[in-house]
Design a protein. Sequence first.
Length: 293
Amino acid sequence: MRRNILAGGVALAVLATGLAATVTARPASAALSDVPADCYALADAYRADGQRLTYRYDAKKTSTEALPGDNLGWVPTALVPYGAIGADDWWQSQELATHPTDGNIYHLERQGDKIDGVEKITVHKVTRVAAGFGGTRFITMAWPYLYRAEGTSLYRYKFAWIDGKPTLSGRKAISGGDWETVKTLDYSRTIGTGAAAVDVLTGTKSNGELKEWRISYATPAVVTSKVLKASGWGNFVALGGGSCDSHPNGRTLLGITPKGVAAVYFDADRKDGLGTDIKGGSLGLVGWTEKSY
């Protein structure tokens, strides 16, 4: 999402007003010979005052931005983007976020425009979608399904626009995953079509594993899983995926720790269900310790 926006880089220099200062992007400190130069990924966070921060890895450089007008007013317990479009001078995004105290999930519509050479948020619309989302630990979207972890359970909801309004319906409990030990979950891909389709999710566990789960459209209670990496992944509080322009079968995995350290990895074949080809390393500090998504 928004790879072409601010590709030159914006390092973290957030003023008391919540505006962003622009400087040159930082070279990444990881052993980047393992990650092709055409790979990119990003992660988001919210400061305590509700100002959004975005960390980006692109072309072997890292950057952070905080845009004027990008203030939600609260810190989501979970956040997932599910759609974005844009060009060089504008972009739009659609997201879902869970509230930390009122138990609701909200739809976020954001638009950024570059005006007189300065990018700022010009549309920031927040719409309540549904109640019953208290205690949410994380969410991820595998269109049209939203997956949500609460306590020891994982639930699946169907997302749709009805009469111009975002809705969630058809909650189903997903079993067979020891979900209380799962720390992060990110949509990877969908296999098959129609009623036979299967969502493939990638995530990390408290025991250090990087794991893959397969959840069927028809029988979501029947879950299969596979360990991709047996150790070294348990410290991430956020794990997101990205792409590589010249490696269409590959993907990037961008992780953030509670201490604000980022790491990037390249998976040469996102569809092989193997972890032997996943390589990468630390990028150093992102510049914040706020909750990341």
